[in-house]
Each structure stands twice: as C-alpha cells, then as structure tokens.
Write a protein that binds this ligand. Structure first.
Ligand code: PLP
Length: 404
C-alpha cells in the first residue's frame, strides 16, 4: 500500500503547479496522475505506431503496449478474460455501443428498464433505440432523496424485461445504487444488467464478477487518466452474440464485394484506430489506483464530504439534494441557493480559485424529479483536503455577500 493521502495532491501535475486552486469538479473530470501523463508521453515518444497492422518492431511495441493496457484494465475490473474488455472513447461511447449492439438483438415489445437518475448518456441512446425498434422503455423512479425507488421493481422488471441499465452512482446526488437488489430482480426474469460506472470507477477498482452484472462502462478522464478513452466490459458470451456498432478497419473477419464477416470480440467493437496512447495512459492510472488503500481513501473522502455538508447546512435557505446518510453517497454534493443561479455562483467561486460545476449536469429528468432545474455541484476526489472544503465555505460566504 503506497497511499499517503497528505501528499497525494503533489502527484497530480496540474494541482502541484497551482497550489492556489481548489478543484472540486472531479465528477466532471478528475485531474490526471503523473504516472498516466508520463506513460502517454513515453508511448508517444518511443512506441508511436498504429496497432494490429504493422509488422515492423515499432508497431509490434505499440501492439504490445496496447494489449498490456487491456490486461491491466481486465485486472482493474476482475474480468474473466481480456477479450471481454473493449477500449472506447469514453463512457458515452460505451453506453451507445451497448444500446446499438445489444439493442440490435432486441425486438419490438421487449422492455429496457433505466432510471430517472441517469446521465443523459444512459438515457438518450435508449430513447433512440425505442424509436428505431419499438422497444418499451420504462423508468425506475427516484425517492425524494434521489435514490432509486426499488419498491417499484416488481412491476418494471418482469418477463418482458430484457435489460436493466442504470448508473452505479448519480453524478448529481452521489447516491449509490443498490446493485445487488437490481441484479437479483433481473436474474429472476433472465434480464441482463448494464452498470454505468462513470462515477463509480473513480472510487476504486471494480469486481464485475462479484457485482453479478453483464456490462460495465466507464471513462478514463474520471479515473485520473487521459481524456478520449474509456472502457466497456461485457460478458464474453453476450459480446460474442452481438453485432458490431461502428464498422470499418480492424473489426472484420473478411470483406468481399458481397458481404463482410466480423472479427471476434473485443476487436469486433474497436473499429478504426483506437485511442492507443490514451489506453496506455489509462492503464498506468488504473495500475496506480490498484496500489492504493481504498478503505482509507473512502474514510477520508467521507470525512471531507461530511464536513462540507455540515458547512452547507449552516447557509440559510440552501437546499441539499441527495441522500442524508453518508454511506449512501459518493462524495458528490449538489445544492440550490434560492434566487441565485448556479452559473453566477460558480463564477464568483472561480474568482476565489474554486472550480465547481453548475447547471443541469446532463441529468434533466433527475433534476425535474427533485424539483430543481439547475444546481451547483461540488465533487471530492482523493486529492482534496480540508483546505478545499474551508475555501468552498468561505467562497460561498463571498457569493452570498456579492449576489444575495
Ligand atoms: N454517466 C455518468 C453517470 C456521468 O457522470 C457521465 C459524465 O459525467 C457520463 C456517463 C458520460 O461520461 P463521458 O462524458 O466521459 O462519456
């Protein structure tokens, strides 16, 4: 275990170079770890070549690095096989891949169950699938605290249900999903389960086998890696039965003027030149994440989150969105201050070296269900500390004095 939380900030080049910055927007993009950045630079300066094509040594070195990155990702996810791990451009691309490729195996009248709490990237692809194929799209509602209302499962997850596709953790409220209950309900009727891990994977290595799910999607830029890369994990037998999503080079068995056959997964789902250096950088970030003491990090993040919530609750009129119980949420906290627009709040905070996100957070159905149009979000990652929380609470004092 090499986690030394007090010095973690120094391991992130941008944060080390800007000691005055209080970065509280890691749910949007986490800062890149030095090892991930180094791995990208090393790859681009010593092994840059296309993969799966070349027979010269440089291309073979690129191939090896890319496939080693896949092995690292498979370990991070505890996948059964590296063939179950597909590199994509990010969680959005992974989710669209499933909606098209697995969605292509569904027929009119089959039901896909998502939730009101989804990010638009796990919402809109299913609406589009409904338009293309006539599937039924059903929504698990949320409670007043933004948690999935699991009491509604029996009427939604029945014999018509083919897939349950939900977020592991809300990007607005931080609410964790009770995956075990969903998986049990889905298994009873033979439905598959897709977990949008965009907010989950940042909080530690995953065990897709223990979760009992069928698909898992996440983004590299939220896991301390580079942008432009993400993952889709899928159970081998499901991937093997799925048609491709994007088509082109690298994903074929044979092309003749009459017809084309597909390569086996994962290549079937990696048409065109993949994000090679980004995958290598992401693998370095995941390797680093696998070396950390996560129970210690979770305890620390939870303490900071509690401190932030206590401070926010002292602000007259401020409304917190999301679960009360600390263990039910990741360190993502959204709030409304009556009469103040989040964009104005964030601008004033920016002037005080605070980076927060304000808006609808690509989750308009969730915000509508919570009775809000927009809100301000502070998200904590493993490099944040008490000084960031104190600066936020001071900053909100300035906001109230300047804007209220
Ligand atoms: N799902 C959730 C829950 C998210 O929070 C996000 C991004 O914020 C996404 C999906 C989409 O991720 P990306 O923009 O990296 O594709």
């Amino acid at each position: 275990m090499n986690a030394a939380p007090a010095s973690l900030r120094d391991e992130f080049p941008l944060l080390a170079a800007t000691p005055e910055l209080h970065y509280l927007d890691s749910a949007a993009t986490a800062q890149i770890h030095r090892l991930a950045l180094d791995a990208v630079v090393r790859h681009e300066t010593t092994r840059r070549a296309n993969v799966s094509r070349g027979t010269y040594r440089l291309a073979e070195a690129a191939d090896l690095a890319y496939e080693q990155a896949r092995q690292t990702a498979a370990r991070f996810l505890n996948a059964t096989s590296t063939d179950e791990v597909i590199f994509t451009s990010g969680a959005t691309a992974s989710l669209n891949l499933v909606a098209h490729a697995f969605g292509g195996t569904l027929k009119a009248g089959d039901r896909v169950v998502i939730s009101v709490a989804e990010h638009h990237s796990n919402f809109v692809p299913w609406q589009m699938l409904r338009e293309r194929t006539g599937i039924e799209l059903a929504l698990i509602p949320v409670t007043a605290a933004g948690q999935l209302d699991l009491a509604r499962l029996p009427e939604l997850i029945d014999s018509k249900c083919r897939l349950v596709a939900v977020t592991q953790c809300s990007n607005v409220t931080g609410a964790w999903t009770d995956v075990a209950t969903l998986v049990t309900a889905a298994r009873k009727v033979g439905a598959k389960v897709l977990l949008d891990g965009a907010q989950g994977a940042q909080h530690g290595p995953q065990d897709v086998r223990a979760l009992g799910i069928d698909f898992y999607a996440f983004s590299g830029h939220k896991c301390f890696g580079p942008g432009g890369v993400g993952m889709l994990w899928g159970r081998g037998e499901l991937l093997a039965a799925m048609p491709p999503f994007l088509t082109g080079g690298g994903m074929i068995g044979e092309v003749t003027p009459q017809a084309t056959t597909w390569a086996a997964p994962p290549q079937r789902f990696e048409a065109g030149t993949p994000p090679i250096a980004q995958a290598v950088g992401l693998a370095a970030a995941l390797e680093w994440m696998m070396s950390l003491d996560w129970p210690q990090i979770h305890a620390r993040e939870a303490r900071l989150c509690e401190l932030m919530i206590e401070g926010l609750q002292r602000i007259p009129g401020l409304r917190l969105l999301g679960p009360e119980a600390q263990e039910a949420r990741a360190p993502i906290v959204s709030f409304e201050i009556p009469g103040l627009h989040p964009h104005d709040i964030c601008q004033v905070l920016d002037a005080h070296q605070l980076a927060l996100r304000g808006g609808h957070h690509c989750a308009q159905p969730l915000l509508a269900a919570l009775g809000a149009e927009v809100c301000t979000r502070a998200s904590i990652a493993l490099y944040n500390d008490e000084a960031d929380i104190a600066a936020l609470l001071d900053g909100l004092g300035f906001v109230l004095r300047e804007l209220a």
